[in-house]
Design a protein around this ligand. Structure first.
Ligand code: FAD
Ligand code: FES
Length: 341
């Protein structure tokens, strides 16, 4: 048996090392050694396990199945659920703490309310059968089954943890499995399977301004983080929400965001739509267009959270890096289509 020494450095600088059999994926080897890594699909498509290889060599069984673009590969990103070791030593930098990997649970979720909050967005609330929602970190996501089908889709909570009712913001897409269910037949009392929590997008200890860049329903995890902060009375410090929608008819939660200013005295809310009518009072463009250097301010100590369509997240990340922020200060969740699940 040929072996490799794997060394993991978590974001709080905790270092864990173990010996791995080279026939196993890095994820399997970690699990065998009692180390829980972030994961979801285990097939190289969701990017939930993404981390950075500081040194070493790996190989994938099927390169074509790996959802990493050239830029991500060049920056050292790998997917440990599919990567097998090739060198004697591999050093990985994990973008989360070990403690953030909460145990995964499955429950039945009973829908308590469904409301259309714009032309394209549903607000869905539910309660877990027989008690509380399982533990999660504000910003994380779960997988929900689509009733009457075999489909499973990922959604970020908009509510904070430790609350009986859990809420989601779900974008309606033409012919989408979840979208069709919500538009055509969903009603209070329906039961869905809910599994989670997943993801490494969760609230960190912010330094400087907290910048939240959200596209459409990408607002959900930001609300979960802010509501958690409000619950803990951690409401000081500057916060900027840059929120973009496709058209003015897609805008939702304008009033809810304004109301948050009463809780967060340092909150600025910036809204943009790519197209709109003549009476539109806010900016024209995308959430990325709202990100300007005066939001960060010198020296660049801000913490940024980005969430929404992959192109928006990538655009915002590039802009913030160009403005002098470091990769370590930027946390992101891309709403990749989950239809392949
Ligand atoms: C980690 C994570 C968290 C997510 N959280 C949320 C969330 O909180 N709220 C939310 O609304 N969505 C979220 N998504 C996206 C969500 O999981 C589904 O992909 C989305 O709701 C579409 O599901 P559907 O069943 O309606 O459509 P599907 O049946 O999956 O797709 C129908 C058609 O639409 C296309 N399509 C799918 N997604 C998009 C898109 N974004 N833009 C254009 N075309 C698309 C598909 O290719 C397909 O042709 C998240 C995704 C990930 C990976
Ligand atoms: S768990 Fe590795 S890409 Fe999904």
């Amino acid at each position: 048996m040929t072996v490799t020494t794997i060394e993991l450095t978590f974001s709080d600088r905790e270092v864990v090392s173990f010996i791995a059999d080279r026939s196993m994926s890095l994820m399997e080897a970690a699990a065998k050694n009692g180390v829980r890594l972030a994961s979801d699909c285990l097939s190289g498509t969701c990017q939930t396990c993404k981390c950075e290889m500081a040194s070493g060599k790996i190989a994938y069984e099927d390169e074509h199945e790996i959802a990493l673009d050239d830029g991500e590969r060049a920056a050292g990103a790998i997917l440990p659920c599919q990567a097998k070791p090739l060198s004697d030593v591999i050093r990985l930098s994990m973008p989360y703490t070990r403690i953030s990997q909460l145990p995964r649970r499955s429950r039945k979720l009973v829908i308590t309310a469904i409301r259309r909050v714009s032309d394209s967005v549903f607000e869905v609330a539910g309660k877990c059968h027989g008690g509380r929602m399982f533990a999660f970190l504000p910003g994380q996501y779960v997988n929900l089954s689509v009733p009457g089908t075999d489909a499973v889709r990922s959604y970020s909570m908009m509510t904070p943890p430790e609350q009986e009712e859990v809420g989601f913001l779900i974008r309606a897409l033409p012919n989408g499995a979840m979208s069709t269910y919500l538009s055509a037949s969903a009603k209070a009392g329906d039961v869905l399977s809910i599994t989670g929590p997943f993801g490494t997008f969760y609230r960190r200890r912010e330094t400087g301004t907290c910048i939240m860049v959200a596209g459409g329903t990408g607002l959900a995890p930001m609300l979960s983080m802010l509501r958690e902060r409000a619950r803990r009375r951690d409401t000081d410090g500057p916060v900027v929400i840059a929120f973009g929608v496709n058209t003015d008819r897609d805008l939702f939660y304008r009033n809810e965001l304004e109301a948050l200013k009463a809780i967060f005295p340092g909150l600025r809310v910036l809204v943009a739509a790519m197209s709109h009518g003549d009476d539109w009072q806010d900016a024209t463009g995308t959430a990325v267009d709202l990100v300007t250097s005066d939001l960060i301010g010198p020296p660049p100590t801000a913490t940024a959270y980005l969430c929404g369509p992959p192109a928006m997240v990538e655009g915002a990340r590039r802009k913030l890096l160009d403005m002098g922020m470091s990769r370590e200060q930027i946390f992101a969740e891309e709403f990749q289509p989950t239809g392949a699940n």
